[in-house]
Design a binder for this molecule. Structure first.
Ligand SMILES: [Fe+2]
Length: 254
């Protein structure tokens, strides 16, 4: 059983520290900066065995080199980003499996936000590390891929079991929630979730992790193939990738 700690980095990034006490292994996911990770590791007296990256953006890899210097950890990153992330020891691609902090994990390639973006799914722990592909009530901006690719990537994540706990790369929930409440105000589950989110942010607490099963019912980006939903938010029913793109554009200009 992993102990997962959330470390705040930069303005709104989340870095995840995965500790396997039994095997005495510690891994970090997407260290946007090194200092808060080093500080946390020192407080626990843990070594850092592995650094895992979901994609090449600086706010997810910015701490790599300093951590590598201090801990000589093993760096694992997407194969697609081999020219954009340096000092990588092991590249991973879609459908490959590996151990992260000694726990069986699957690589899910989710192009869209970037072309090489990967998510890491741990079936035994029922955990998904979704980087900048899936956020609580939102999804990443489509920078490098197409709307079709991003939609297909989200469908892959949507096919994971409902009892999956999702750890995403940013605290964007409040702003996502405002948009979703604006377009889908009669969703009672969303109303319930929104009060919980507001409460947590009022206390300065992270809104992550979140439950994938609930997300399937309230995240509009998961619902682009539900024509009654699409019509209810004022769009005309269309092919799912087209509807997805329209929701994405609506959010971008919200
Ligand atoms: Fe990113």
């Amino acid at each position: 059983m992993l102990e997962i700690s959330i470390i705040n980095a930069l303005s709104d990034n989340y870095v995840y520290l995965l500790r396997n006490e039994q095997k005495n292994l510690t891994s970090v996911i997407d260290p946007g900066e090194a200092e808060p990770v080093i500080k946390f590791l020192k407080s626990k007296n843990w070594h850092l065995d592995e650094i895992i990256n979901t994609h090449h953006h600086h706010d997810h890899i910015g701490g790599n080199n300093k951590l590598l210097n201090v801990y000589k950890s093993k760096l694992i990153a997407p194969y697609y980003d081999k020219k954009r992330i340096s000092n990588v020891d092991m590249f991973v691609s879609d459908n490959e499996t590996l151990n992260i902090a000694g726990v069986f994990s699957k690589v899910i390639h989710t192009p869209g936000h970037t072309l090489g973006h990967v998510c890491f799914y741990m079936p035994e722990e029922k955990c998904l590390f979704s980087g900048d592909t899936l956020f609580y009530l939102g999804c990443g901006r489509v920078f490098e891929g197409t709307m079709d690719q991003m939609w297909s990537s989200l469908v892959k994540l949507r096919s994971l079991p409902d009892d999956t706990t999702v750890f995403c790369g940013h605290e964007y929930t409040l702003s996502n929630m405002k948009f979703v409440n604006y377009i889908d105000s009669s969703n009672t589950l969303l109303n319930k979730v929104s009060s919980d989110i507001k409460e947590k942010r009022k206390k300065g607490l992270p809104t992550v992790p979140f439950n994938l099963g609930i997300e399937k019912k309230i995240n509009p980006f998961f619902r682009a193939d539900d024509n009654s939903f699409i019509e209810s938010i004022g769009l005309s029913s269309n092919e799912a990738p087209v509807s997805f793109g329209e929701i994405r554009l609506k959010k971008d200009s919200f």
